[in-house]
Write a protein that binds this ligand. Structure first.
Ligand code: PXG
Length: 290
Protein backbone atom coordinates (compact mmCIF):
# COMPACT_ATOMS: atom_id res chain seq x y z
CA UNK A 1 0.00 0.00 0.00
CA UNK A 2 1.18 3.53 -0.85
CA UNK A 3 0.29 6.24 1.64
CA UNK A 4 0.23 9.93 0.73
CA UNK A 5 2.06 12.11 3.26
CA UNK A 6 2.61 15.79 2.42
CA UNK A 7 2.75 15.34 -1.32
CA UNK A 8 4.86 12.16 -1.41
CA UNK A 9 3.96 8.48 -1.46
CA UNK A 10 5.46 6.09 1.09
CA UNK A 11 5.21 2.36 1.59
CA UNK A 12 2.88 1.45 4.42
CA UNK A 13 5.74 0.79 6.85
CA UNK A 14 7.57 4.00 6.02
CA UNK A 15 4.50 6.25 6.24
CA UNK A 16 5.00 7.98 9.59
CA UNK A 17 4.21 11.11 11.57
CA UNK A 18 6.38 12.73 14.22
CA UNK A 19 5.72 12.17 17.93
CA UNK A 20 5.71 15.99 18.10
CA UNK A 21 2.77 16.27 15.68
CA UNK A 22 -0.05 18.03 17.51
CA UNK A 23 -2.51 15.67 15.85
CA UNK A 24 -1.01 13.03 18.13
CA UNK A 25 -0.15 15.21 21.13
CA UNK A 26 -3.52 16.99 21.33
CA UNK A 27 -5.87 15.51 18.74
CA UNK A 28 -5.40 18.84 16.97
CA UNK A 29 -6.48 18.11 13.43
CA UNK A 30 -9.39 17.03 11.26
CA UNK A 31 -10.35 14.07 9.10
CA UNK A 32 -12.72 12.62 6.54
CA UNK A 33 -13.80 9.05 5.85
CA UNK A 34 -14.66 8.58 2.17
CA UNK A 35 -15.75 5.55 0.11
CA UNK A 36 -14.94 4.47 -3.41
CA UNK A 37 -17.41 2.30 -5.30
CA UNK A 38 -16.99 0.72 -8.69
CA UNK A 39 -13.95 2.83 -9.58
CA UNK A 40 -15.42 6.14 -8.43
CA UNK A 41 -14.98 8.24 -5.31
CA UNK A 42 -18.45 8.80 -3.92
CA UNK A 43 -19.44 12.38 -3.06
CA UNK A 44 -15.81 13.51 -3.09
CA UNK A 45 -16.59 17.23 -3.49
CA UNK A 46 -18.90 17.12 -0.44
CA UNK A 47 -16.24 15.42 1.71
CA UNK A 48 -13.58 17.93 0.65
CA UNK A 49 -15.95 20.83 1.33
CA UNK A 50 -16.66 19.46 4.81
CA UNK A 51 -12.92 19.04 5.43
CA UNK A 52 -12.33 22.68 4.55
CA UNK A 53 -15.24 23.80 6.76
CA UNK A 54 -13.76 21.82 9.68
CA UNK A 55 -10.38 23.44 8.96
CA UNK A 56 -11.90 26.90 8.96
CA UNK A 57 -13.61 26.25 12.29
CA UNK A 58 -10.32 25.30 13.96
CA UNK A 59 -8.23 27.98 12.16
CA UNK A 60 -6.16 25.42 10.31
CA UNK A 61 -4.69 26.43 6.97
CA UNK A 62 -4.79 23.46 4.63
CA UNK A 63 -1.69 23.84 2.44
CA UNK A 64 -3.50 23.03 -0.81
CA UNK A 65 -6.64 24.00 -2.69
CA UNK A 66 -9.86 22.02 -2.78
CA UNK A 67 -9.21 20.83 -6.32
CA UNK A 68 -5.63 19.84 -5.46
CA UNK A 69 -7.01 17.87 -2.52
CA UNK A 70 -9.57 16.14 -4.73
CA UNK A 71 -6.84 15.23 -7.21
CA UNK A 72 -4.61 13.88 -4.42
CA UNK A 73 -7.44 11.63 -3.15
CA UNK A 74 -8.14 10.26 -6.63
CA UNK A 75 -4.43 9.73 -7.32
CA UNK A 76 -3.95 7.88 -4.02
CA UNK A 77 -6.80 5.55 -5.01
CA UNK A 78 -5.24 5.03 -8.44
CA UNK A 79 -1.80 4.26 -7.02
CA UNK A 80 -3.38 1.63 -4.77
CA UNK A 81 -5.55 0.20 -7.56
CA UNK A 82 -8.67 0.84 -5.54
CA UNK A 83 -12.03 0.17 -7.16
CA UNK A 84 -14.02 -0.34 -3.97
CA UNK A 85 -12.40 0.99 -0.86
CA UNK A 86 -12.21 3.30 2.06
CA UNK A 87 -10.20 6.50 2.09
CA UNK A 88 -9.05 8.16 5.30
CA UNK A 89 -7.97 11.74 4.79
CA UNK A 90 -6.35 13.63 7.69
CA UNK A 91 -4.95 17.08 8.15
CA UNK A 92 -3.01 17.50 11.37
CA UNK A 93 -1.75 20.74 12.91
CA UNK A 94 1.76 19.44 12.21
CA UNK A 95 4.98 19.32 14.18
CA UNK A 96 5.24 21.69 17.17
CA UNK A 97 6.60 21.81 20.69
CA UNK A 98 5.31 20.16 23.86
CA UNK A 99 2.96 23.03 24.52
CA UNK A 100 -0.49 23.24 23.10
CA UNK A 101 0.07 26.51 21.25
CA UNK A 102 -0.77 25.79 17.60
CA UNK A 103 1.28 28.82 16.53
CA UNK A 104 4.38 26.70 17.08
CA UNK A 105 3.21 24.33 14.35
CA UNK A 106 4.36 25.83 11.08
CA UNK A 107 3.34 23.14 8.61
CA UNK A 108 0.07 21.20 8.76
CA UNK A 109 0.42 17.62 7.54
CA UNK A 110 -1.86 16.02 4.96
CA UNK A 111 -2.21 12.23 5.03
CA UNK A 112 -4.29 10.10 2.67
CA UNK A 113 -4.74 6.37 3.20
CA UNK A 114 -6.69 4.31 0.66
CA UNK A 115 -7.52 0.83 1.90
CA UNK A 116 -10.11 -1.94 1.87
CA UNK A 117 -13.43 -1.52 3.63
CA UNK A 118 -14.41 -3.13 6.91
CA UNK A 119 -18.14 -3.55 7.11
CA UNK A 120 -20.38 -4.83 9.83
CA UNK A 121 -21.15 -8.51 9.18
CA UNK A 122 -23.69 -8.96 6.33
CA UNK A 123 -26.06 -10.81 8.70
CA UNK A 124 -26.46 -7.61 10.69
CA UNK A 125 -27.86 -5.80 7.64
CA UNK A 126 -30.34 -8.67 7.12
CA UNK A 127 -31.38 -9.02 10.73
CA UNK A 128 -31.03 -5.42 11.92
CA UNK A 129 -29.04 -3.93 14.78
CA UNK A 130 -29.82 -3.45 18.44
CA UNK A 131 -28.67 -0.12 19.86
CA UNK A 132 -28.71 1.49 23.27
CA UNK A 133 -28.75 5.01 24.70
CA UNK A 134 -25.56 5.77 26.60
CA UNK A 135 -24.69 8.23 29.40
CA UNK A 136 -22.01 10.14 27.45
CA UNK A 137 -23.76 13.03 25.71
CA UNK A 138 -22.80 14.60 22.38
CA UNK A 139 -20.41 17.58 22.46
CA UNK A 140 -21.99 20.96 23.09
CA UNK A 141 -21.96 23.48 20.25
CA UNK A 142 -20.30 25.82 22.73
CA UNK A 143 -17.49 23.30 23.38
CA UNK A 144 -15.91 21.41 20.47
CA UNK A 145 -18.70 21.95 17.96
CA UNK A 146 -20.05 18.54 16.90
CA UNK A 147 -20.01 19.68 13.25
CA UNK A 148 -16.21 19.67 13.33
CA UNK A 149 -14.86 16.29 12.25
CA UNK A 150 -11.84 16.62 14.52
CA UNK A 151 -9.14 14.11 15.38
CA UNK A 152 -10.39 14.27 18.95
CA UNK A 153 -13.09 11.61 18.88
CA UNK A 154 -12.96 10.60 22.54
CA UNK A 155 -16.47 11.84 23.17
CA UNK A 156 -17.80 9.35 20.64
CA UNK A 157 -15.31 6.64 21.55
CA UNK A 158 -16.52 6.73 25.17
CA UNK A 159 -20.09 6.37 23.95
CA UNK A 160 -19.02 3.46 21.72
CA UNK A 161 -17.33 1.73 24.68
CA UNK A 162 -20.48 2.17 26.75
CA UNK A 163 -22.53 0.56 23.97
CA UNK A 164 -20.00 -2.28 23.57
CA UNK A 165 -20.03 -2.90 27.33
CA UNK A 166 -23.78 -3.40 27.07
CA UNK A 167 -23.32 -5.85 24.18
CA UNK A 168 -24.35 -3.41 21.43
CA UNK A 169 -22.47 -2.26 18.32
CA UNK A 170 -23.73 1.31 18.35
CA UNK A 171 -24.90 3.94 20.83
CA UNK A 172 -27.65 6.53 20.64
CA UNK A 173 -26.10 9.80 21.83
CA UNK A 174 -28.39 12.45 23.26
CA UNK A 175 -27.47 16.11 23.47
CA UNK A 176 -27.26 18.06 26.72
CA UNK A 177 -31.00 18.83 26.46
CA UNK A 178 -31.92 15.17 26.21
CA UNK A 179 -32.83 15.19 22.52
CA UNK A 180 -31.46 12.55 20.16
CA UNK A 181 -28.32 13.77 18.35
CA UNK A 182 -26.93 10.76 16.45
CA UNK A 183 -24.85 7.62 16.96
CA UNK A 184 -21.07 7.49 17.49
CA UNK A 185 -20.18 7.25 13.80
CA UNK A 186 -23.56 7.38 12.08
CA UNK A 187 -26.57 9.63 11.77
CA UNK A 188 -29.95 8.29 12.88
CA UNK A 189 -33.29 8.22 11.06
CA UNK A 190 -36.75 7.00 11.99
CA UNK A 191 -39.82 6.38 9.86
CA UNK A 192 -43.20 7.25 11.37
CA UNK A 193 -46.48 6.98 9.44
CA UNK A 194 -44.62 7.17 6.13
CA UNK A 195 -42.57 10.21 7.16
CA UNK A 196 -38.76 10.06 7.18
CA UNK A 197 -37.43 11.91 10.23
CA UNK A 198 -33.90 12.72 11.37
CA UNK A 199 -32.65 15.04 14.13
CA UNK A 200 -31.75 18.56 12.99
CA UNK A 201 -28.08 19.50 12.80
CA UNK A 202 -28.76 21.90 15.68
CA UNK A 203 -29.39 18.84 17.89
CA UNK A 204 -25.69 17.96 17.61
CA UNK A 205 -25.63 15.69 14.58
CA UNK A 206 -22.70 15.73 12.19
CA UNK A 207 -23.51 17.18 8.76
CA UNK A 208 -23.50 13.63 7.46
CA UNK A 209 -22.96 13.17 3.75
CA UNK A 210 -24.83 9.84 3.70
CA UNK A 211 -27.60 11.60 5.71
CA UNK A 212 -27.89 14.17 2.93
CA UNK A 213 -27.90 11.53 0.20
CA UNK A 214 -30.68 9.61 2.02
CA UNK A 215 -32.74 12.79 2.41
CA UNK A 216 -32.41 13.39 -1.34
CA UNK A 217 -33.33 9.78 -2.17
CA UNK A 218 -36.37 9.95 0.12
CA UNK A 219 -37.53 13.18 -1.53
CA UNK A 220 -37.02 11.64 -4.96
CA UNK A 221 -39.24 8.74 -3.84
CA UNK A 222 -41.89 11.31 -2.78
CA UNK A 223 -41.49 10.42 0.88
CA UNK A 224 -42.01 13.40 3.19
CA UNK A 225 -38.82 14.29 5.09
CA UNK A 226 -38.57 16.43 8.22
CA UNK A 227 -35.92 17.29 10.79
CA UNK A 228 -37.70 17.71 14.13
CA UNK A 229 -36.19 17.36 17.57
CA UNK A 230 -36.61 13.72 18.55
CA UNK A 231 -36.75 12.14 21.98
CA UNK A 232 -36.14 8.53 23.01
CA UNK A 233 -39.94 8.15 23.18
CA UNK A 234 -40.10 9.00 19.45
CA UNK A 235 -37.49 6.34 18.71
CA UNK A 236 -39.29 3.68 20.77
CA UNK A 237 -42.56 4.32 18.92
CA UNK A 238 -41.09 4.57 15.43
CA UNK A 239 -42.28 2.21 12.68
CA UNK A 240 -38.70 1.87 11.39
CA UNK A 241 -35.25 3.08 12.36
CA UNK A 242 -31.94 3.08 10.51
CA UNK A 243 -28.45 4.56 10.72
CA UNK A 244 -26.46 6.21 7.93
CA UNK A 245 -22.74 6.72 7.48
CA UNK A 246 -19.99 6.43 4.91
CA UNK A 247 -18.54 3.34 6.60
CA UNK A 248 -21.76 1.60 7.62
CA UNK A 249 -23.92 2.83 4.69
CA UNK A 250 -27.53 2.16 5.79
CA UNK A 251 -28.01 -0.11 8.81
CA UNK A 252 -31.50 -1.16 9.91
CA UNK A 253 -32.17 -0.89 13.65
CA UNK A 254 -34.67 -3.29 15.20
CA UNK A 255 -34.30 -2.72 18.95
CA UNK A 256 -33.55 0.39 21.01
CA UNK A 257 -33.05 0.21 24.79
CA UNK A 258 -34.90 -3.11 24.84
CA UNK A 259 -37.91 -1.78 22.87
CA UNK A 260 -38.66 -3.63 19.64
CA UNK A 261 -38.97 -1.21 16.71
CA UNK A 262 -41.93 -1.85 14.41
CA UNK A 263 -42.29 -5.58 13.86
CA UNK A 264 -38.66 -6.25 14.83
CA UNK A 265 -37.48 -6.60 11.23
CA UNK A 266 -35.87 -4.10 8.84
CA UNK A 267 -38.77 -2.05 7.50
CA UNK A 268 -39.95 -1.55 3.89
CA UNK A 269 -38.88 2.11 3.60
CA UNK A 270 -35.46 1.28 5.07
CA UNK A 271 -35.08 -1.46 2.45
CA UNK A 272 -36.28 0.77 -0.36
CA UNK A 273 -33.83 3.56 0.56
CA UNK A 274 -31.00 1.03 0.95
CA UNK A 275 -31.63 -0.32 -2.57
CA UNK A 276 -31.71 3.24 -3.97
CA UNK A 277 -28.47 4.04 -2.12
CA UNK A 278 -26.64 1.02 -3.53
CA UNK A 279 -27.91 1.80 -7.02
CA UNK A 280 -26.60 5.37 -6.73
CA UNK A 281 -23.16 4.44 -5.34
CA UNK A 282 -22.59 2.11 -8.31
CA UNK A 283 -22.87 4.87 -10.89
CA UNK A 284 -22.04 8.18 -9.26
CA UNK A 285 -18.78 9.75 -8.14
CA UNK A 286 -15.42 11.10 -9.25
CA UNK A 287 -13.87 8.60 -11.71
CA UNK A 288 -10.51 7.19 -10.58
CA UNK A 289 -9.36 5.66 -13.88
CA UNK A 290 -10.43 8.02 -16.67
N1 PXG B 1 -21.75 11.09 12.77
C1 PXG B 1 -20.48 10.99 13.15
C2 PXG B 1 -20.11 11.39 14.52
C3 PXG B 1 -19.52 10.52 12.24
O1 PXG B 1 -18.24 10.43 12.61
C4 PXG B 1 -21.28 10.24 10.60
C5 PXG B 1 -22.16 10.74 11.53
C6 PXG B 1 -21.77 9.91 9.24
O2 PXG B 1 -21.33 10.89 8.31
P1 PXG B 1 -21.04 10.56 6.78
O3 PXG B 1 -20.64 11.86 6.21
O4 PXG B 1 -19.96 9.52 6.75
O5 PXG B 1 -22.30 10.05 6.23
C7 PXG B 1 -19.93 10.13 10.95
C8 PXG B 1 -18.94 9.60 9.97
C9 PXG B 1 -15.01 5.00 11.00
C10 PXG B 1 -15.80 5.93 10.17
O6 PXG B 1 -13.90 4.66 10.59
C11 PXG B 1 -16.60 6.90 10.76
C12 PXG B 1 -17.33 7.77 9.96
C13 PXG B 1 -17.28 7.65 8.59
C14 PXG B 1 -16.46 6.68 8.01
C15 PXG B 1 -15.72 5.80 8.81
O7 PXG B 1 -15.49 4.61 12.08
N2 PXG B 1 -18.09 8.69 10.60
Amino acid sequence: MKVYVDGKYYNEREAKVSVFDHGLLYGDGIFEGIRAYNGRVFRLREHIDRLFYSAKAILLNIPMSRSEMMRAVVETCRKNRIRDGYIRLLVTRGIGTLGLNPKRCKNPSVIIIADKIQLYPPALYQRGMEIITVPTVRNLHSAVNPAIKSLNYLNNILAKIEANNAGCEEAVMLNANGYVAECTGDNLFIVKKGQVLTPPLSAGALYGITRQVVIELAEKASLPVAEPDLTRYDLFNADECFLTGTGAEIVPVVKIDGRVIGNGKPGPITRKLTAAYHALTKVSGEPIYE
